[in-house]
Design a protein around this ligand. Sequence first.
Ligand SMILES: Cc1cc2nc3c(=O)[nH]c(=O)nc-3n(C[C@H](O)[C@H](O)[C@H](O)COP(=O)(O)O)c2cc1C
Length: 274
Amino acid sequence: MKLSEQERNERTAEARRLIHWSKEEFDSDQKLLRGQPPLVKAQTSETVVPLTREFGGLAMENDFVKILQRRRSNRVFTGERMTADQLSFLLWATQGVKGIRGNHYATLRTVPSAGARHPFETYLYVKSVEGLKPGYYHYLPMEHSLELLREEDPEKKDSAQRITDSVRGQKWALRANVIFYYSIVPYRGEWRYAFNAHRVMMMDAGHVTENLYLACTALGLGTCAIGAVDEEVGNGLFGLDGTEEYIFYAAPVGTVSDANEEQEQAFYAFLKEK
Ligand SMILES: Cc1cc2nc3c(=O)[nH]c(=O)nc-3n(C[C@H](O)[C@H](O)[C@H](O)COP(=O)(O)O)c2cc1C
């Protein structure tokens, strides 16, 4: 059902509130001494794949200025070899745990987070990564390992359609070696900040994907943030309830080549038409 212009404007005004930090006085659940939610989601599968924390052997650009200059969105992937060690680096660079603050009060990670709440979980659809079976995974940041939720042959009927639907028809994502899906667990932030949590949690999401961009660039891989996810399809892929945890962001990652620049530019052909 299409909204009227007035309804659209009302919804827009309502959404703007998210960007304001409310000055209303309130007690958060933390202040009320209510139990803190778990820092990370517990493991549910028995099949765990340990990941390396040794990144010295990876071919990597180390010139930070070059990395910043080269950072860009890539939507054309070549389908070449990508390794589990490269994936391990990307997971560590985006959500890796470097320490614990206090008596299990917070995780300290490779990205900052308001109040160190780190309200995200990382899920993967692995299509083609050397050393990993194709399928659906969940990252365990404390152990720096992956749990296999479900194997899936990428050639399986409907598999490609579900992935395409999860990113609202953006078919180019299918050519990635792996797709990162990020969920949010809102209560992790709300416990501390109540209705002011959502504003800063969205800021946090930006840190995660920017690190993904930079880490991909350093490895010579490509990625593109995807805000246009279909939450329900994404939740279905990873068995999330849609209330206490839901998929809200994605980022396909794959091998890239300068030779595909023309195809990359074709995504912006609409500008020429204008
Ligand atoms: C929050 C966010 C959501 C985005 N969502 C999409 C998306 O759904 N589809 C897409 O093709 N690009 C998406 N992008 C990529 C932007 O279009 C891209 O960053 C922008 O055009 C600038 O290009 P650059 O990253 O190459 O500098 C998104 C980027 C961000 C940061």
